[in-house]
Ligand binder design. Structure first.
Ligand code: FAD
Length: 395
């Protein structure tokens, strides 16, 4: 397995590395980059306030009681108090120290229409509780280096991984548990790639750029992490394509019909792209999972673990990291629900195994795959509300 590295099929998926790269470069990445500028996908509804259930000593929670916050009320722009005075004054004051870690909450109110309210059982937050939710323009808050590091960040990752596979010695870990581990590891790799791709190289001059050492040290030198990145990408892509009908029918009403039509058209171009459908018709084959006798129990166990991971996001002590962590965990939760809640009647045959293409991951490809993964999870996170409560069978 180690020897074939990034040639042949992505592990446990039905698509090979080369095809993923070509598809992403030629089809997905350009479309997704355009899609994220659409008003509908620019905004994300999220609960950002710290409510960490695990560590009362967490640095961010101490900040929340405002002992170190000295800003005056009138320093906060009017826009921050919208919508409908949801944000409490003390919450606004309790932003973590570094400017690059704080979320820019500037809003364009015309998009706050037409959001359905459905809770996602895979996540810990109550997505229907509007008093706790706020809207964030993601274009103003790119996923990148924030300066969040050290033992508090490490503690979160350690807890996430230990929640995943504590009881299973490596050899015995069942396939389904491996899926959860690989999804998290792929997401972690994607976060690391985003940090490396947009790094604060010089704080004094505020110079940002790519940091190749970080890219290499955290991702590229670990073949397993690269493989998990591709796995997660294909897993999420499968969920998006499986939900094509829902995604096509969902409303993208932001008040500007021209924008909304464009959003819909871009999504359709992606979902029904002939190149994508021909080259990678079944990115991941979920029908192979959950077949054992303990299927339902396992599902519940994994759902519980995933919810734990989701609640760990409240302990992330950097607002912008929390924003992206929550968004992507919601996206992965939605992907899990789509793939593991619906009986697969549109089960397609895997494409033949095309082994032999030599492929070496380079920085640009790593970036593109992470980027598209992030956007795909964003689409799912957004559309949870549209698709979650309708025809999908609840676990
Ligand atoms: P970490 O990335 O903290 O990794 C900790 C340990 O996990 C490693 O030592 C290794 O043993 C293991 N590990 C690392 N990668 C993988 C992998 N792919 N698969 C399996 N195991 C792995 N920082 C930012 O600057 N911007 C952000 O947007 C951001 N978002 C974050 C979101 C979340 C949810 C969390 C928990 C943290 C986020 N951080 C962010 C912090 C960032 O992920 C790192 O924790 C931080 O940069 C310190 O990195 P590190 O080198 O110590 O290793």
């Amino acid at each position: 397995d180690e020897s074939c590295k990034y040639t042949g099929m992505v592990q446990d998926c039905c698509c090979d590395y080369k095809t993923v790269n070509v598809l992403n470069e030629e089809v997905l990445h350009p479309l997704l980059q355009e899609l994220v500028t659409a008003p509908f996908f620019r905004y994300f509804k999220v609960k950002l306030w710290c409510d960490c259930p695990f560590w009362p000593d967490d640095g961010m929670c101490r900040l929340r009681d405002c002992s170190v916050c000295e800003c005056q009320e009138n320093e906060f722009p009017e826009t921050l108090r919208k919508p409908s005075d949801v944000l409490r004054k003390e919450d606004l004051m309790c932003q973590e120290g570094k400017p690059q870690a704080a979320v820019d909450r500037t809003l364009d109110e015309k998009v706050f229409t037409g959001w359905a309210e459905v809770d996602n059982p895979w996540t810990n937050d109550d997505e229907t509780d509007n008093s706790e939710m706020t809207y964030v323009n993601l274009q103003l808050n790119p996923e990148r280096y924030t300066g969040y590091t050290g033992p508090l960040a490490r503690r979160i990752w350690d807890a996430i991984y230990s929640e995943n596979c504590p009881k299973y010695p490596s050899g015995e870990m069942c396939q389904e548990k491996k899926v959860l581990y690989k999804l998290i590891s792929g997401l972690h790799a994607s976060i690391s790639v985003h940090i490396a791709a947009d790094y604060l190289l010089d704080e004094a001059t505020n110079k940002w750029g790519q940091n190749f050492d970080i890219m290499h040290d955290r991702v590229l030198r670990y073949p397993e992490r690269v493989r998990n990145l591709y796995f997660t990408f294909l897993f999420v892509l499968r969920a998006v394509t499986k939900a094509s009908d829902y995604l096509e029918q969902a409303e993208y009403d932001t008040g500007n019909s021209e924008d909304d039509l464009k959003t819909q058209s871009l999504l359709k171009q992606m979902l029904y792209n002939p190149k994508l459908r021909a080259a990678c018709p079944l990115p991941f084959d979920e029908a192979k999972l959950w077949q054992g006798q303990s299927g339902p129990e396992l599902k519940q166990q994994i759902q519980k673990q995933f919810r734990n991971i989701s609640s760990l996001m409240d302990c992330v002590g950097c607002e912008k990291c929390r924003l992206w962590g929550k968004l992507q965990v919601l996206g992965l939760g939605t992907a899990l629900k789509i793939l593991f809640s619906v009986e697969g009647d549109n089960h397609l045959q895997p494409v033949s195994n095309i082994i032999g293409f030599f492929f070496v991951l380079n920085v640009r490809r790593g970036l593109q795959v992470s980027n598209s993964l992030s956007v795909l999870t964003r689409i799912l996170g957004h559309l949870w509300e549209k698709i979650g409560g309708t025809n999908l069978v609840c676990l």
